[in-house]
Design a protein around this ligand. Structure first.
Ligand code: ZN
Length: 229
């Protein structure tokens, strides 16, 4: 068995990837990036979940490197909200951060090399994220080739959620030991609030996935219990 490094945001998809990787690799490392994201709450989520999962975790501070354009990195802009998931427009998402995954995967490849991992695990999906060109299969295939060439060793990017819908991702989480427990601490909301706002693109797609999979979102269960206190 070899080692793998997960690009881990602390969100739903990358949390599922951490637990997926635990089933398949000897030692699992996880790297999280602080880029002054609006939803910096996800850094706390990442810390907590990495501890729960027992993986070797590192948070890398990139500073305000992606400042501007996206409401995720320009905090003066508002995150768009929608009535429901059907109302989310097609095309490039307004929350797209240009170059984010290109840089993340490059830095993560360095950490992978250092930790003797020849596999990066990433939580991208082209099913629900048509609005993010750096989440598509084409990008992953080309980035894999670029990294293997630049590192001069065999190198693989595994994207286990690539062709899964959000509902199928929830179904996968439900069969991975302890994954749902960890998802109670994940942060998906682009507004980075707890309890989650429930009306941003990310909250709506998460809710749709859990509803279609007929699984109660453990994050909402935790939120309801903690708000009552
Ligand atoms: Zn939200």
């Amino acid at each position: 068995m070899s080692n793998a490094l997960v690009v881990f945001s602390g969100g739903q998809d990358s949390t599922t990837c951490v637990y997926w990787a635990k089933q398949r690799f000897k030692t699992v490392y996880a790297v999280t990036f602080d880029y002054r994201q609006r939803h910096s709450l996800e850094l706390e989520s990442a810390r907590k979940i990495a501890e729960m999962a027992g993986v070797v975790h590192e948070i890398i501070d990139l500073g305000p490197i992606f400042a501007g354009l996206s409401p995720l990195t320009d905090h003066s802009l508002k995150v768009d909200t929608y009535e429901d998931s059907e109302s989310i427009p097609e095309g490039l998402a307004t929350t797209f951060v240009p170059g984010r995954n290109i840089l993340f995967f490059s830095v993560a490849a360095n950490r992978a090399y250092v930790h003797d991992c020849n596999t990066l695990v990433v939580g991208v999906s082209q099913q629900d994220f048509g609005g993010y060109p750096d989440c598509r299969h084409d990008f992953i295939a080309k980035m894999t080739a670029a990294l293997a060439s630049g590192l001069d060793r065999p190198f693989k990017i595994e994207a286990p959620l690539m062709n899964r819908t959000k509902a199928e991702t929830v179904e996968l989480a439900a069969i991975l030991p302890n994954c749902l427990d960890a998802l109670a601490y994940s942060t998906t909301c682009y507004n980075g609030v707890f309890p989650p706002c429930g009306e941003c693109n990310s909250c709506l797609l998460r809710a749709k996935g859990f509803a279609e999979a007929n699984v109660v979102d453990p994050l909402l269960v935790r939120a309801a219990a903690e708000v009552k206190k």
